[in-house]
Write a protein that binds this ligand. Sequence first.
Ligand code: PLP
Length: 419
Amino acid sequence: YHRKLQHLILNAPGVKGMKVTPLSRDDLRLTDLMQSIIFKAQEEDIKEPFYVLDLGVLVSSMDNWTRALPMVQPFYAVKCNPEPALLGSLAVLGSNFDCASRAEIESVLSLGVSPNRIIFAHPCKVESHIKYAARVGVNLTTFDSRDELEKIRRWHPKCALLIRIKAPDDGGARTPLGTKYGALPEEVEPLLEAAKAASLDVIGVSFHIGSGAGHARAYGAAIAEAKTVFDAATRLGMPEMRVLNIGGGFTPASQMFDHTTTTIREAIEAHFSNKSGIKVIAEPGRYFAEPGFTLATNIFGRRVRVELREYWCNDGVYGSLNCILNDPGFTVTCSPLACKSNHANPTCKGAGTYKSTVFGPTCCALDTILRAHMLPELQVGDWLVFPNMGAYTAALGTSFNGFNTGVIKTYLAYSNPES
Ligand code: PLP
């Protein structure tokens, strides 16, 4: 089974033709691979930051998803990380795609994915992007306002619609979305009536409980709320709704994921079990993107101040590590591994540690990655390696101060989930 999957992934669009290093527990591990790339880079005098994407981790994530939520079709949220090898692998693993713009739709279509596997999941779309979606046959989108309905009526009247509702806010999300999107309860019926009057086909309901959701119960409350919208549509004499979109917000940490998915299964059973033919979909971003990517950054500066070590590395908060500014939960868990650039004790085993500050490359004082973090003694030319760096990292990188941290090379690896 795993050999078949591996074959599929190695031939996936975005992967085929690329070098993919096999990893196994006994043979070659991720840290060995990072180290060998670092040594090779050293020989070639290359100091740019780089990622390694372990495609085997994606296989495990999809396995866990299918086991926990067999009735929920994932539409991977491209915004989270548009790396082509990630998109192509997810496509062959059976995921569909959530796109929010013309460029995202183009990148998914360019992998040979059919437009009926895409939801244009942006409740407020740019007019030219709507026209493009109509042209290429992306026929499912979301809305939460009358003005959006009017744009869709003019430019893509055949598009099926999901009404995006504001999920009840339980304060648990790391990045809440309810202040920006989602119809309020009192807006739902007028919006459904407006869609009906415009002869638009509202086939279901969508919500997003917020990214990096802290509380599984938020899904339960939102699914219950969605059911009231299905009932409202029936009351208004509209065709029966048939799609429930439970959005993103899934965290990959296994305990939280188990808890969340149990809550979702129970809520679907409680509120939708008597509705036959309901299709449930989701838009996970972080869940699939976060765990497979590891980032290596090079230390290009150092200052020693009595007991404190200060380092500058070549990716920071205006690049991959923007999560430090955007996601308060990140810094708490951020713990990079130190990698020496010489061959003697490359992973600093048994070495003493010092209170250290790590800065990003730009001149901005906010560009600070770690404070008072215990690290081994490092030198200019050594590396810091950050695991779990796939979600909202390089995708949000900028070229502020001329450091183009949005474009970082990604090496591919494949760890066999069975080894
Ligand atoms: N769907 C929509 C509409 C979103 O806005 C987002 C994130 O902002 C996602 C899905 C992905 O969310 P997450 O990465 O938390 O799963």
